[in-house]
Design a protein around this ligand. Sequence first.
Ligand code: 2AM
Ligand code: CA
Length: 259
Amino acid sequence: MAHQDWQRLFLQAKQWTKEAGESIRKSMGDTFEVHTKAHQHDLVTDVDRQTEAFYKDKIRESYPNHRIMGEEGLGDDVKDLVGTVWIIDPIDGTVNFVHQQCYFAISLGIFHEGIGMVGIVYDVMADEMFTAVKGQGAFLNEEALPVLPKVSLEESILSFNVGWVLKDRRLETLVEKSRAVRSYGAAALEIAYVACGRLDAYISFNLAPWDIAGGSVILQEVQGQATNYKGKELTFLGKDTLLAANPHIYKEVIREIHE
Ligand code: 2AM
Ligand code: CA
């Protein structure tokens, strides 16, 4: 696809995401069914399913030869990234959505032959939309995001779930060496926060492609790095660990985890 075609696809995806966000905001006062999935930390609601169905219908109608990898499984059984694939998390941070009514996002990555071309992470309640088209920079709403500045570990704000510290005590060193640790519970949003400098690194030990696809496209546009926590390239095809970081502390964080 030519450069202007990706731009057109991006504008379409952005418009759909605004509509989906508006619909989620309208549903906030409603009662909706909440189900647990694998365990008590993993929730899904009617709103997750309805939002994914909204994208599925739009994509099927406008781009019938594109495939869809969605968390709620309404799309295709995607086992490779051949052609154009939309990787969608209709609500990233469902626990926050259910319990806090804020700090959740729609996450969307559009990949072509395995390369992230479009990334959108939309914080629905804050009305903050992080976007990127490969090679054209990253944006927060209409503001261009600058390339990530130099930072040291000592002045960094890191983010990870406290549960991971119990699983791997080596993260304690990072707690001690950094300025502060935060935990938002919405991976896509936390990667977008690394891209705009609110965080300097985000670590998770268990994420799915839809948690990271949109954010990783945005992060690469500001020269941020995203790999698994051993430094290996992400495949966007199965669950993996993640280190999304400002490039100036990326290597040091990997070293600290593996020492
Ligand atoms: P979700 O809200 O879309 O499920 C919470 O720390 C972050 O991890 C959220 O982005 C959440 O996404 C994701 N997450 C929660 N449970 C998960 C699981 N079992 N596998 C992969 N990602 C998960
Ligand atoms: Ca989700």
